[in-house]
Design a protein around this ligand. Structure first.
Ligand code: MN
Ligand code: MN
Length: 299
């Protein structure tokens, strides 16, 4: 049974963190500092993180979070996807906005938000996921953009951020029906580029997936920290560096590489638009009801 109260508390905190991000994502601000301030905002409210705060800029669509060595600052034309989640125990929230620092990309940002609103207006028990995708695709096309076809919304269960149903951003002919009481997120990613994302070699986020034991001392220390503190929730290499500050960056990287090689952890590579188009995202989490839905991450 979904703990609606706990879910709404997580959702409210995540939404407030997004609003907070609007006040600090500015030209010249450090990505690393901004990310850690948003994460601290959630922790100061007494919550854990569903996953590391993602700040994915321009053609980067998702899964970027700064490393400890990240010296970059926001540029005046950046279009920034801020994707956050607050967690309480095993109850997870997940939502995202896009911030346009240029002042000239309002059209794509609004199109993503409008597609999301139209999709949400369709939600009810029994609705086919391809119908949701179709409405997103049409709304996005009418604004002159393309949906990103290999990203989409998802079911969210306790302990599992991506569970069950996949909610496409286009009509993929999937007749799967939404179930009453299920928790989902809908997240149109849209672009002026090709409409697909590809994985890059840049990885900052990982997740524990097995208990295979590593050999080296540094990998054992990392595994012990992750298993105890982050469990099976995604974590950032940056968090490891902060927590195990007796280990050099080199040893942290080497330990992570060892854990990847034996399959103890899996990577979430940074995803980039195939034609390097700019990407906007809007995401809300909701509970499917008989005739409509209840938005968990209300703005
Ligand atoms: Mn998200
Ligand atoms: Mn999501």
């Amino acid at each position: 049974m979904t703990d609606v109260k706990a879910l709404e508390e997580c959702g409210k905190t995540a939404v407030d963190a997004l609003e907070f991000s609007r006040t600090i994502v500015k030209e010249g601000a450090s990505l690393l500092e901004v990310t850690e301030k948003i994460e601290q905002f959630i922790k100061d409210r007494g919550f854990e993180l569903s996953f590391p705060v993602n700040l994915s800029i321009n053609e980067k669509a998702a899964h970027y979070t700064p490393g400890l060595d990240d010296k970059s600052v926001f540029q005046k034309n950046d279009i920034v996807k801020v994707d956050v989640g607050a967690r309480s125990g095993d109850v997870l929230s997940d939502c995202a906005i896009t911030i346009d620092l240029s002042g000239t990309n309002g059209k794509i940002v609004n199109a993503a938000e409008k597609a999301l609103d139209e999709a949400i207006s369709l939600v009810r028990a029994g609705r086919k996921v391809c119908e949701i995708g179709s409405v997103i695709e049409k709304a996005v096309a009418s604004a002159g953009f393309k949906p990103i076809k290999n990203l989409g919304g998802h079911g969210i269960e306790e302990e599992e951020l991506h569970a069950g149903v996949f909610i496409p951003n286009f009509d993929n002919n999937d007749d799967t029906e939404l179930e009453e009481g299920s928790v989902i997120s809908i997240e149109p990613f849209i672009t002026n580029g090709y409409g697909y994302v590809d994985e890059t070699d840049d990885v900052q986020i990982y997740q524990l997936v097995s208990t295979a034991a590593p050999r080296s001392q540094e990998a054992r220390s990392i595994l012990e920290l992750v298993a105890g503190k982050y469990k099976t929730y995604p974590f950032a290499a940056r968090w490891i560096g902060r927590e195990l500050n007796h280990l050099s960056d080199f040893k942290v990287r080497r330990g992570i590489t060892e854990l990847l090689s034996i399959g103890t952890i899996e990577p979430f590579p940074v995803l980039i638009e195939r034609n390097k188009g700019i990407v906007a995202q809007a995401e809300k989490q909701l509970i499917v009801e008989k005739d409509s839905c209840r938005i968990v991450t209300k703005t």
